[in-house]
Design a protein. Structure first.
Length: 269
């Protein structure tokens, strides 16, 4: 089996005090810095690089011999904390299957330096996500539903998955729902969705506490890049459809809340 997919890799490094650049960030359990295998000549792209440290103004870098160069590669001084779109919304960075990236960061005080790589695959081995372009669904929307989710406790350097039915369960059985975007009640490093519709990979974006762009995040990424990016899941699978969150500091259960913006579709995908 093969097909399109988006995957998010969580990286972190816990520092007891100021950590001068470059501090190497390591993948969370279950994640890998090696680009997944693709089919034939199909493409893989780095869509987003999301970073979090003790404050804005810290340096982050991605390198690989197969990127521009293995020395300074892609280097940013992150102007926000957490950062949102270090890679421009209209841009992406081609990456090669089986290449292993190196990610580095810094901090000015004790913290867990955190980063996320969002990678899209045109044709990946082992999965096929239900992803659509805005034009595929914009004329097929029946109603809009915002689902409230009180997130489970978030531990440092690890993903936390919370079923979308944790706080409410009002979706209509037998219907298809497109995930248009989201918002979070407080800033966290990474946020997104995971389930059968995403090939059980995490399809995430920045966890910044602001509605501009993020309330329509998946739509805008689809439009910017002219590619299928909007997850569509079946309501009958809702109890095994999750939101995923990660952060550089622990967050208690129920403290962080999310609003998942869904479009109920007229037709079943």
């Amino acid at each position: 089996m093969s097909g399109k997919a988006v995957d998010t890799v969580l990286l972190f490094s816990t520092q007891a005090g100021a950590g001068a650049f470059p501090q190497t960030l390591n993948p969370a359990t279950g994640d890998s810095l090696t680009i997944r295998g693709t089919v034939g000549e199909s493409k893989a792209r780095l869509m987003a690089f999301i970073t979090q440290s003790d404050a804005a103004g810290n340096k982050f870098r991605i390198t690989s011999p197969l990127l521009h160069d293995p020395n300074t590669g892609l280097t940013w001084v992150a102007p926000e904390n957490p950062s949102q779109f270090l890679i421009p919304e209209y841009g992406s960075v081609p990456v090669e299957q089986q290449d292993t990236l190196t990610v580095q960061g810094q901090c000015g005080a004790a913290t867990t330096i955190t980063a996320g790589l969002v990678i899209s695959y045109d044709d990946i081995r082992g999965t096929d996500a239900d992803l659509y372009r805005w034009g595929d669904i914009s004329g097929d929307i029946k109603t809009t539903k915002v689902v409230e989710i009180d997130l489970n406790a978030i531990a440092v350097g690890a993903w936390t998955d919370t079923a979308i039915t944790t706080t409410e369960d009002q979706l209509h059985a037998g219907r298809s729902y497109a995930v248009l975007g989201y918002s979070v009640s407080q800033s966290i490093a990474l946020f997104g969705v995971k389930g059968i519709a995403t090939g059980n990979l995490r399809h995430c974006g920045p966890g910044f506490a602001g509605t501009i762009t993020l309330s329509s995040y998946y739509v805008e990424m689809s439009e910017y890049h002219r590619m299928p990016y909007i997850p569509v899941f079946q309501a009958n699978d809702r109890r095994s459809f999750f939101v995923s969150a990660a952060n550089g500091a622990a967050v208690g259960g129920g403290v962080a809340k999310a609003s998942l913006v869904l479009a109920e579709l007229k037709t079943v995908k």
